[in-house]
Design a protein around this ligand. Structure first.
Ligand SMILES: NC(=O)c1ccc[n+]([C@@H]2O[C@H](COP(=O)([O-])OP(=O)(O)OC[C@H]3O[C@@H](n4cnc5c(N)ncnc54)[C@H](OP(=O)(O)O)[C@@H]3O)[C@@H](O)[C@H]2O)c1
Length: 260
């Protein structure tokens, strides 16, 4: 199988890096020529990766084409390309429906969608796919767990909840700023907080039978300082603000979906 990517940015780099370290049976990866530094590095690092001369060449030579460009330019880029009826198209573009992609690519066969997280590079990602798709399941299975949404609503909800990555680091940034304002050297704050958050993630991974409220309570002594942080955060609107942020992304995705 030859896999092509239209768009060679962060998520393509992560998927290709993960695939190259996996036993997924592929003959070749063909990258679109933009983002030369990323594509050239991937091609230099892996024998089975090469950079095409044009987006059309990627489409012409690949059996499976991943669409990995930003939504804002997707229509323009895709309308300029001619896809073959017998090839498979899969989209990573977060907010564009399969119906619109079918229109832009003039492709009759169903287009599946996937939202992989960047940790697929280390084969430690998690990927939501919709609809059920054996090819994507087999491919992303090599890069971490796969969840298959049963409905588009469910897929959109996964997409929304996966958009907390910036928030995650924003929390670290906020606490680190607070620490450094108290006189802690920035490098020490970085090590300290990185480790605190890493081990919390590992704890959640190890204790799969404990739900998140249980883990929160297990990490919050009654009347203690951990409980105080969550309570004050919640009272000051932190939890509510997060719910509103999720709702706002869900609304954006629903609006984009309503455009077709
Ligand atoms: N990052 C994630 O974690 C993630 C996860 C799941 C899904 N996604 C989705 O994947 C898509 C790409 O995200 P990303 O984070 O990888 O974005 P990105 O890093 O900005 O990459 C976008 C790529 O598209 C290229 N590009 C721009 N115009 C092009 C054209 N005319 N033809 C071919 N390529 C072109 C860019 O090249 P230049 O640098 O040369 O402009 C860049 O390599 C988005 O739709 C996003 O929603 C991202």
């Amino acid at each position: 199988m030859k896999i092509g990517f239209i768009g060679t940015g962060d998520i393509t780099k992560a998927i290709v890096t993960g695939l190259m370290a996996s036993d997924y049976p592929l003959d070749e990866v063909i990258l679109s020529p933009r983002s030369k530094d990323v594509s050239a590095r991937l091609a230099a690092e892996h024998d089975r990766v090469r950079v095409a001369e044009s987006n059309q060449q990627v489409v012409d030579e690949a059996d499976l084409v991943f669409l990995a460009i930003r939504p804002q330019i997707a229509e323009e880029v895709l309308r300029a390309l001619t896809f073959r009826a017998d090839q498979k198209i899969a989209s990573l573009i977060a907010t564009v429906t399969a119906e619109r992609l079918q229109e832009w690519t003039r492709h009759d066969a169903p287009i599946s969608r996937a939202v992989p997280l960047p940790a697929v590079a280390d084969r430690q990602g998690v990927t939501a796919i919709y609809p059920e798709d054996e090819t994507l399941q087999a491919l992303f299975d090599r890069l971490g767990p796969v969840v298959t949404a049963k409905t588009l609503d469910e897929f959109d909800a996964y997409t929304t909840s996966g958009a907390v990555m910036g928030l995650y680091f924003g929390i670290l940034e906020t606490v680190a700023d607070w620490l450094t304002a108290k006189g802690v050297p920035a490098a020490d704050a970085r090590v300290f907080l990185g480790k605190v958050f890493l081990e919390l993630g590992r704890t959640a991974e190890r204790h799969q039978d404990d739900d998140f409220p249980t883990l929160r309570k297990d990490h919050s002594t009654e009347g203690g300082i951990n409980q105080q942080i969550f309570n004050v955060f919640s009272e000051k609107g932190g939890v509510d603000g997060l719910r509103k942020a999720l709702d706002s992304v869900a609304e954006r995705i629903a609006t984009a979906r309503g455009q077709k």
